[in-house]
Design a protein around this ligand. Structure first.
Ligand code: ZN
Ligand code: ZN
Length: 213
């Protein structure tokens, strides 16, 4: 059980990375990524802080904590350089903040993010067929989310991912203690998005393979 999309007080979350990790462990998760929002103003300091945190997180802890970032509301040409910066610095989980129906995300963001070195396209909204195919080609996970608002297009994303064979991932996008739902509840949300238990098992297997890399 994992959640690779969380925000700490390094961006707009309200918990320290330590408390996020402890609360996720208590909720039954085995791995999380701290993926705070970044753009040119804060990428250096946020990457440094997250790497410093994960480097010191005890290997003996019941929960593994991976360093991540979420490239958020960027001008399209900035996705590639900022993804490259994060990757070279040692960030493991790079998320692109996709075209959610509930925020004025720049049109073309899904495509620009998929062309950059990202691992997950978060809440991609009404993503186009060609971008779902691009996600498959580039091995990028498309996100099914429990976050209110962003979750409106879960069923749409799930259907296209199954149609074109792109990988899905289930995430919480947690900002606050109340966002930390149990793994079972997350599975229920995935079921409501039209995914069968068989599909969900495949999703967990694919993510496990990715987490070992
Ligand atoms: Zn946020
Ligand atoms: Zn997020």
């Amino acid at each position: 059980m994992y959640n690779l999309h969380t925000h700490s007080l390094l961006s707009d979350g309200c918990l320290l990375p330590s408390e996020l990790a402890v609360r996720f462990a208590a909720a039954g998760y085995k791995a999380i990524a701290i993926t705070d929002h970044v753009d040119y103003c804060n990428i250096e300091s946020t990457v440094r802080a997250i790497l410093n945190f994960t480097k010191h997180w005890p290997k003996t802890s019941p929960i593994k904590v991976l360093p991540g970032v979420e490239l958020t509301h960027l001008p399209l040409e900035q996705f590639k350089p900022l993804a490259n910066y994060a990757r070279r610095a040692g960030i493991k989980v790079i998320i692109g903040h996709g075209e959610t129906p509930v925020e004025p995300v720049i049109i073309g963001t899904n495509h620009a993010a998929l062309e950059a070195d990202i691992d997950i396209l978060a809440h991609p909204g009404r993503i186009s067929d060609s971008d779902v195919k691009l996600a498959k080609k580039r091995g990028v996970f498309l996100e099914i989310t429990s976050r209110s608002g962003h979750c409106q297009t879960n069923a749409f994303v799930a259907k296209l991912a199954l149609k074109f064979g792109a990988n899905l991932i289930l995430n919480l996008d947690a900002h606050h203690p109340n966002d930390i739902i149990s793994p079972n509840k997350l599975v229920k949300i995935a079921r409501l998005s039209g995914l069968s238990l068989k599909h969900i098992n495949v999703i967990y297997q694919n993510v496990s393979k990715y987490l070992i890399l």
